[in-house]
Design a protein around this ligand. Sequence first.
Ligand SMILES: Nc1ncnc2c1ncn2[C@@H]1O[C@H](COP(=O)(O)OP(=O)(O)OP(=O)(O)O)[C@@H](O)[C@H]1O
Ligand SMILES: [Mg+2]
Length: 397
Amino acid sequence: MGCCFSARIKAESPPRKDRNSSHDSKEEDGLMGGSSKFSTASVPPTPKHRTEGEILQSSDLKNFTYNELRTATRNFRPDSMVGEGGFGGVFKGWLDEQTLAPAKPGIGIVIAVKKLNQEGSQGHNEWLTEINFLGQLHHPNLVKLIGYCLEDEQRLLVYEFLTKGSLDNHLFRRTTHVEPLSWSNRMKIVLDAAKGLAFLHSDGVKVIYRDLKASNILLDSNFNAKLSDFGLAKEGPSGDRSHVSTRVMGTYGYAAPEYMATGHLTKKSDVYTFGVVLLEIMSGKRALDRNRPGREQNLVEWAKPYLSSKRRIFQVMDARIEGQYLVREAMKVAKIAIQCLSVEPRFRPTMADVVRALEQLQDSSDTGSTSSSSTVPRQHKRSTNESLNGADSSEPR
Ligand SMILES: Nc1ncnc2c1ncn2[C@@H]1O[C@H](COP(=O)(O)OP(=O)(O)OP(=O)(O)O)[C@@H](O)[C@H]1O
Ligand SMILES: [Mg+2]
């Protein structure tokens, strides 16, 4: 969940573990950096404008009792735990499709139950922010929140279950039994995430997400991608204001430089972060990884010089998908990444622009038969160094 940690709270938090990923508590301590979070003050964010009662009453979310969720997850059994983030453990459970009453495993709808294990108001506020936003916002590329539980000290959230877990697990796990994500699935995921963000940024919604990262992109059985974790989301600026002033919160390696420097949050901060995730998807490398050699630790800094060169782009691309894409496709995606990662926010595209560019790319891949070389089966279009010697030709390889 989009939880922020000041250094103090981080030190007090229990070590987190994600059954499906390579995260470990070292990352929380900033030793690996992959998902270490930061914040610059200790005042938790509060959803504005509506009181807690209004937020909880206005949504059509189900208000579960603790007992119902305990039954649905078989007493939060350790073997039903699918992951753990800063908010707490995530458990798999079942509900009756009609009544939403707890059901036996394998019967009814599958749910993911997040159980807050942090003490204090910070966790409560993130829990409430999640309900405030996801209780009102519905889109195919946002995870569906089904309900919540508020009982004594217990705070829980109930979501639709996404079978393939988070993108993080698929991109960064190097195990033999998990197939690397194919290029076409990567492009589908990236387009879905862009659509989710474009929806949030649209005029009728105007929400800044602030916590885009691979672990917050969840995948269903068909690799449809949905954004999750709205604990850090903010209403965008109203009237003539260009930005919202916030304390700086998020995950190291993902945040836009001007946001880090000033705390001024705009939609363009999300666009920058989208650029970072795009690079992660292209490269299969984490935004920040302190296990990599010095100059390679920060993905954006390391990759930027390679992105505009047809000859050098392959240094960035994930070797596990070599041969699945055309050079010109990789270059187009790299161009979108470069634009999103512009240091100057006004040079970044809008998320609607990004959706259009990615859709065009997908259309041209689908109808690639107009180009002579595209008639070659895609798996035979090898991106070897040999084929790149004529590097600046725009012919796909
Ligand atoms: N709706 C869901 N369906 C299936 N699995 C889920 C769902 N929500 C979360 N998970 C699993 O639980 C893991 C932990 O999720 P969570 O959002 O709590 O933490 P995180 O995003 O990994 O970290 P952070 O606290 O930094 O946001 C995810 O990586 C994913 O594997
Ligand atoms: Mg998450």
